[in-house]
Write a protein that binds this ligand. Structure first.
Ligand code: GTP
Length: 301
């Protein structure tokens, strides 16, 4: 196999100030909406945002922890974890929106990126080009060029799908040769939500296991990052019981027990995800769910 034909695989991350369009760009590259990521890759400790599968390459886009809080960026030095992520990936995409002036937040990131660029290629990505005219895109390209020496500079629009394939090519071009690291198909949040449901079930059974032998199931209804807050994930879960008396046990007097279950489960889930979560817990009666095939299916059994 010649070098050009070789399969490439590796990791990328997008950095940039809040609202630069990083999540939207990731979704657009991956082609499906990735609400939350799941499995942690073997080779890094970072959460996967999405995986771009191509016949010739696999590009794994990972999260950059802590980068979304402006206070972290502007107020203090970047924490070690962020710097580590940037150093561990194969390519970094620095996103700057076309419709906004390059500001102190961007410059702060650039100073850190210059250090990273010594060993990892940094691509300058001008996002949201659909919001401005050609001239402003050109002006932004020039302004970016003055910031630092990017491996490549590329304007894109996730909204118009403008140059998204081109960006994929540019990113893939920076990956080392290597085999497919993950199976085909979209990464779903299945394994992770199963784990989370199990943590909630454990917490709900704590201390009352004998009173609620097997009558308790937990489903995760939704798990999505809070709008505009990449550091917070909303988890909506339902605890299913069979009878009213069981519901009363789970909820406890004045709802106290359920609150404790919630805070214990939340503590564990946060440790699992490495992210802050808001846990919304509801208790529902699914009458005799253990004997009802339709209910069983709905509850994932
Ligand atoms: N017009 C236009 N809007 C976009 C585009 N990409 C993203 N946006 C919008 O810009 C806003 C921010 O996009 P996100 O993808 O959430 O930005 P982000 O960089 O992930 O933001 P943080 O999570 O806060 O760091 C959203 O309202 C998007 O809809 C684009 O290509 N064109």
């Amino acid at each position: 196999m010649s070098t050009e034909d070789a399969h490439r695989s590796g990791f990328a991350c997008f950095v940039g100030r809040p609202n630069a369009g990083k999540s939207t760009l990731t979704n657009s590259l991956v082609g499906t909406k990735v609400a939350i990521t799941s499995s942690k890759p073997q080779t890094t400790r970072h959460a996967i945002r999405g995986i771009l599968h191509r016949p010739d390459a696999q590009l794994i886009i990972v999260d950059t922890p802590g980068l979304h809080r402006p206070r972290t960026l502007l107020g203090r030095r970047l924490n070690d974890l962020v710097y580590e992520t940037w150093s561990e990936v194969d390519v970094v995409g620095f996103c700057v929106p076309a419709d906004q002036k390059i500001g102190p937040g961007d410059k702060f990131i650039v100073e850190e990126l210059k250090k990273v660029a010594r060993h990892t290629p940094v691509i300058g990505v001008i996002t949201k080009t659909d919001l401005v005219g050609k001239q402003q895109v050109a002006a932004q390209l020039l302004a970016m060029q003055e910031l630092m020496d990017f491996a490549e500079l590329i304007p894109v629009s996730a909204k118009d799908a403008f140059q998204i394939d081109e960006l994929a090519n540019v990113l893939v071009g920076q990956l080392p040769e290597g085999p497919q690291l993950y199976p085909d198909g979209d990464i779903t949040d299945e394994p992770e939500s199963t784990l989370i449901a199990e943590l909630i079930r454990e917490a709900a059974l704590e201390g009352v296991r004998d009173e609620l032998p097997h009558s308790l199931a937990v489903t995760i209804e939704e798990m999505i990052p809070r709008e505009g807050r990449e550091d917070l994930i909303d988890v909506h879960a339902v605890i299913h019981v069979e009878r009213n008396s069981q519901k009363a046990i789970v909820i406890g007097r004045g709802g106290e027990r359920l609150r404790n279950v919630g805070s214990e489960a939340r503590r564990q889930i946060q440790a699992l995800l490495g992210s802050k979560i808001y846990l919304d817990l509801h208790v529902k009666i699914a009458k005799d769910w253990q004997r009802d095939p339709k209910q069983l299916g709905k509850l994932g059994f």
